[in-house]
Ligand binder design. Structure first.
Ligand code: ASP
Length: 355
């Protein structure tokens, strides 16, 4: 599409996912299709009073195949085009959208423009698709300005089924319903009804004196370990002994509790003493970790485990990979895991939206 400098402009990036897929007539499986096909299904885009430029991954990928180098590619596109566009909309598969959004929230330091990820549960070409509404509203949100002309939502967000959510607070919770994402520990940034209603007090405002700083480095020597009743010593031993392992997201019970067997605490103590960062997040969808609350949590604190507060698993993992990628000393990684860098954790006072 043609661009001129006075009309607002959006860069629409297509990475793949259901939104652009088409059914294989022989197998019935959904397969990636090209961007032109997707755009042809939304003639409404021409009615926007803005310039929409497009960029497509070739070939488009299912988000199950997303890796940190794809996150870096997205961030590079945004960095290279930052001054030319009012906002960025990224079409992405839903399966790992929350990981991508979490990672990008750390990679785009001092972000001052909207980066809205969206997708759909049904392909754009299908009659009942949810993709059209998600795409059109995402563009509208990416264009929205405050009365002083600054962007309404200068954050990495996920827009899906009427809710605008902070990307690093979001989890995919449903493989069937259109309402596929939730932010359990932080309120919506906007809700789309007849009007798009923004909730300014929930939206992060950047320090406008600082320029965008893009980061690209990740270290994937991490693992997610979910505790369960009956978990065996040999399992934990082998996980903590994985060659090159640098960090563990440990999903504990309730407000951050683990079994009290001495072997478990000894293994954890021994791993943290070797410099492995162990971050405690809860298996519960809502609420966060308070290790001081019960003996079963306190023992983890004493063994060197770091609180992940009310972080989502996706965000804890992405943040760890991001921090480890910068080759920081272990103490600094632990300190930053307990620091709110991009609105990803609430340290003193949990928001319980319980939607
Ligand atoms: N498997 C698809 C993906 O994540 C699912 C979707 O887009 O909803 O790419």
């Amino acid at each position: 599409m043609k661009r001129d400098s006075l009309t607002p402009s959006i860069l629409l990036v297509y990475t793949g996912g259901t939104i652009g897929m088409i059914e294989n007539p022989e197998t019935g499986a959904l397969e990636s299709f090209n961007f032109d096909h997707l755009l042809q299904s939304v003639p409404e885009l021409k009615r926007f009073n803005c310039n929409i430029s497009t960029y497509s991954f070739e070939p488009p990928i299912d988000s199950s195949d997303m890796e940190p180098h794809h996150w870096a590619r997205l961030v590079r596109i945004i960095e290279n085009n930052y001054d030319r566009y009012d906002g960025f909309v990224i079409l992405h598969g839903t399966d790992t959208m929350a990981y991508t959004a979490s990672a990008m929230s750390f990679m785009l330091e001092n972000l001052g423009k909207p980066v809205i990820l969206t997708g759909s549960q049904l392909p754009m070409g299908m009659l009942r698709t949810d993709g059209k509404e998600n795409l059109i509203t995402s563009i509208e949100i990416a264009l929205a300005k405050q009365t002083d002309g600054t962007p309404m939502v200068p954050e990495v967000c996920i827009f899906f089924e009427r809710e605008l959510l902070r990307g690093n607070r979001t989890t995919k919770i449903n493989a069937e319903n259109f309402n596929a994402f939730r932010s359990f520990n932080y309120p919506s940034l906007a809700h789309s009804g007849i009007h798009i209603k923004y909730f300014p007090s929930a939206i992060r405002r950047p320090d406008t004196t600082k320029p965008l700083k893009a980061h690209y480095l990740f270290d994937t020597n991490v693992v997610v370990l979910t505790l369960f009743p009956g978990i065996q010593e040999s399992i934990i031993t082998s996980v903590f002994r994985v060659k090159g392992l640098k960090a563990v997201v440990m999903k504990t019970f309730g407000s951050g509790n683990a079994p009290q067997q001495p072997w478990l605490i000894n293994l954890i103590r021994e791993a943290t003493a070797r410099g492995i960062v162990i971050v405690n997040i809860t298996q519960c969808q809502s609420g966060g970790v308070e290790m001081e609350r019960y003996t079963t949590g306190r023992q983890l604190l004493e063994a060197g485990v770091v609180s992940g507060y009310d972080s989502t698993p996706e965000c804890a993992l992405a943040k760890l990979m991001f921090l480890l990628g910068h080759n920081l000393p272990v103490d600094e990684v632990c300190r930053l895991m307990c620091t709110n860098l991009a609105g990803e954790i609430t340290i003193n006072d949990f928001y319980h939206t319980n939607q």
